[in-house]
Write a protein that binds this ligand. Structure first.
Ligand code: GSH
Length: 284
């Protein structure tokens, strides 16, 4: 299904396209932003950026400053939405951490969320297929993934669940062990059901890393020591590192605890250049 371009905005020498399309997996129209860098390259590598709770594709494209280094490196950035919108499911807009704006990058198995809360399929399958079909200068063989908070959880789990699909993965303040954190427990209970512990584990980065069978796991993860959600044990990056160590795959995982930084886009924008540069080593 092709995209409607609702706006084209000049940014760091390239163009930010505000797109919308009808998506089957989420059963609604989806908005997203696509940053096209200023390059005549016919095969432009792509970085998917998955946002956190309450966000749309707009937050990061406006204040994450990924476009700065993406422009220099010639990398396109995709900023999708974080959930389906307007499905008229009872309770869908009641909480900031469940339903609208909180799709958690899973395919729901519990009614009524099965009606369209399929962000896993949307991000891993439907959206990339649609983009590569409509924008033939994007390189479908060179795709990487990053994200923030709930989106950091999405980046890590999509990367770990699909070996070879993404060239590289990084994360900002990821919810790294959702089955042991209040945000994750609420979401997984709602989308999968309380009694589906195996399903929960299939979408938990700390559980997934224990079973990583691919080659050396190379990851860049930043977390701010002043992040209140880190302090409240919503993120649990240490659990992820401990699991990676137990599995013997920690050698190339860089978990950087950044002094004083909080959970906001002041943190994100401070390290966006370094993350895009990190991905460029795998994409270019
Ligand atoms: N609204 C929530 C916080 C949600 C939140 O911090 N969301 C992060 C992602 S997890 C975000 O990026 N928010 C939007 C923004 O800062 O632009 C609260 O009050 O506790």
């Amino acid at each position: 299904m092709s995209f409607t371009t609702n706006a084209t905005i000049a940014s760091f020498g390239g163009k930010l396209l505000k797109l919308s399309h009808k998506a089957k997996s989420t059963n609604c129209d989806m908005n997203l932003n696509l940053y096209m860098p200023p390059t005549s390259n016919k095969k432009i590598p792509v970085l998917f950026y998955l946002s956190g709770l309450t966000c749309t594709g707009d937050n990061c494209s406006e204040k994450g400053f990924f476009q700065h280094m993406a422009s220099k490196k010639g990398i396109a950035v995709v900023y999708p939405d974080t959930s389906p919108r307007g499905l008229n499911i009872e309770g869908e807009d009641d909480a900031y951490d469940f339903g609208s704006g909180a799709g958690f990058y899973v395919d729901a198995t519990k009614e009524p969320w099965t009606k369209g809360y399929n962000m896993y399929s949307y991000i891993t399958d439907e959206l990339p297929k649609a983009l590569f079909e409509s924008f033939d200068n994007l390189d479908s063989q060179k795709v990487s993934i990053t994200g923030h908070s709930m989106g950091g959880h999405g980046a890590l789990t999509l990367f770990l669940k699909n070996p070879g699909k993404y060239k590289s993965c990084s994360a900002f303040a990821p919810i790294a062990n959702p089955i042991n954190a209040p945000w994750g427990q609420k979401a997984f209970k709602g989308y999968f059901g309380e009694d589906q512990q195996q399903k929960w584990k299939e979408h938990d980065a700390t559980e997934l890393v224990k079973n990583w069978k691919g080659k050396d796991l190379d990851l860049l993860i930043d977390v701010g020591t002043g992040d209140n959600f880190y302090k409240q044990k919503q993120l649990l990056p240490e659990n992820f590192m401990d699991a990676a160590k137990e599995a013997g795959v920690e050698k190339n995982i860089k978990l950087r605890m950044q002094p004083d930084y909080d959970h906001s886009y002041y943190f994100m924008s401070s390290f966006a250049d370094e993350h895009v540069e990190y991905h460029s080593k795998f994409l270019l």
